[in-house]
Design a protein around this ligand. Structure first.
Ligand code: GLA
Length: 386
């Protein structure tokens, strides 16, 4: 927070008028089901993005970031410009657009959320920018409106047809709690994590650039499967994840006119949603072994049926899962690279972290306690950061 403020003062020569911050997230289980009305189980990470804003040149958005020293992106507030090379700044200027703010603002961003690791640095930036810009505009969105507005930035200004998980988690997270989100509402309930296990994430260090195109294609395949299902059953089916699980069985695929790919996508979506709910029940019953097995099954389904993993991540999941202190591991987030998340017996956490760090010293390894959700930050000079 302090870094964003100092950067603002240095670049714009005055104090900011408002500030906010929001966390990144790791998804424990339930990937590629949020846009099908399924359930997901993310946890905010402790790393956050802070944004300081102040009114600047009318009609303009100027953005600076501690991550891009010496660079200032200047965009017009309305209509928003699509400039691929300044996409990171579009997450900020998108806030002015969705808030219908023609005046625009100056913004300084500081973040320790790892970028390109599948930990939702973009959702953290969207939510923090919106919450800061909202104060300049004297607007007050409800938390759900805030999450939906952030998702709109991603859809309309960053061009990614994402589900609601990342923005929802960034808004609603609470310290040390995972959240079981039913994406139909969306609504959620908190799930307390076990005292006997830790959540460890390790970055594979790869990010394949086919990710965005493949994401949109998977969404299309799911939508096409849903429409065919609806037509053959002659009943409205708004949420593919909630169809009768028996209908996801391979023998039933021809009855709905699904191609083999569509059938496999559906089998993942329906099976994954059941696994998410079973994972929450297992954790609440302190059955860590079962929770670990669901994570491994989730990875296999994302790899084989949904086809969003990649060899580097598959190999990392295998290495991690082979350790006797690890209960289960899987890819997390959109896929095609990024992080692996593992559930580790607490007495083994230190050793697992040591093993992973030794294997690839430059890669990020984190033990996640569960961060807090989005909040307005004080600009009071006497306020000390928590
Ligand atoms: C990305 C999207 C989310 C979700 C995940 C996969 O993170 O932003 O909405 O679909 O991929 O679970």
């Amino acid at each position: 927070m302090q870094c964003a403020r100092e950067l603002f003062v240095r670049c714009f020569g005055r104090q900011p008028q408002a500030a906010a911050s929001a966390p990144g997230r790791v998804n424990l289980i339930g990937d590629h089901v949020d846009y099908c009305g399924g359930s997901v189980l993310p946890l905010a990470i402790d790393q956050r993005t802070a944004v300081c804003v102040g009114r600047g040149i009318p009609g303009q958005i100027r953005v600076v970031s501690t991550r891009r020293p010496g660079e200032m992106v200047v965009l017009s507030a309305m209509p928003i410009e699509h400039q691929p090379h300044t996409r990171w700044a579009t997450y900020v200027s998108g806030a002015a657009a969705v808030l219908d703010d023609p005046l625009g603002f100056d913004a300084a961003v500081a973040s320790d959320v790892p970028e390109g690791a599948g930990l939702s640095s973009s959702a953290a930036l969207e939510v923090a920018s919106l919450l800061a810009a909202e104060q300049l505009n004297r607007r007050s969105l409800t938390p759900l409106q805030l999450a939906l507005a952030a998702q709109r930035i991603e859809h309309e200004y960053a061009g990614v047809p994402c589900g609601i998980m990342d923005q929802y988690a960034a808004v609603f997270a609470r310290l040390r709690c995972a959240m079981l989100i039913d994406c139909r509402g969306p609504r959620h309930r908190e799930v307390a994590l076990s005292e006997r296990a830790d959540v460890v994430i390790v970055d594979s260090g790869v990010k394949h650039n086919l990710a965005a195109a493949a994401y949109a294609r998977r969404r299309d395949e799911c939508e096409s499967a849903r429409l065919k299902y609806e037509a053959s059953r002659r009943q409205p089916t708004p949420h593919l994840a909630r169809i009768d699980p028996a209908d996801a069985d391979e023998a039933r695929w021809p009855a709905f006119g699904w191609t083999r790919d569509e059938g496999r996508r559906v089998r993942h979506v329906v099976g994954e949603t059941a696994r998410v709910e079973a994972w929450a029940r297992a954790i609440e019953a302190d059955d860590l072994a079962a929770a670990g097995r669901f994570m491994l099954a989730s990875h296999a389904s994302l790899r084989d049926d949904f086809e969003v993993s990649c060899p580097e991540v598959d190999e990392l999941v295998e290495v991690v899962a082979r350790h006797s202190g690890v209960l289960g591991a899987r890819m997390t987030g959109g896929g095609f690279g990024g992080c692996v998340v593992a559930l580790v017996r607490r007495e083994w956490t230190e050793e697992v972290v040591r093993m992973l760090s030794a294997r690839a010293p430059s890669r990020l390894v984190l033990v996640v306690a569960g961060g807090d959700g989005a909040r307005i930050e004080s600009l009071d000079p006497y306020h000390r950061d928590a």
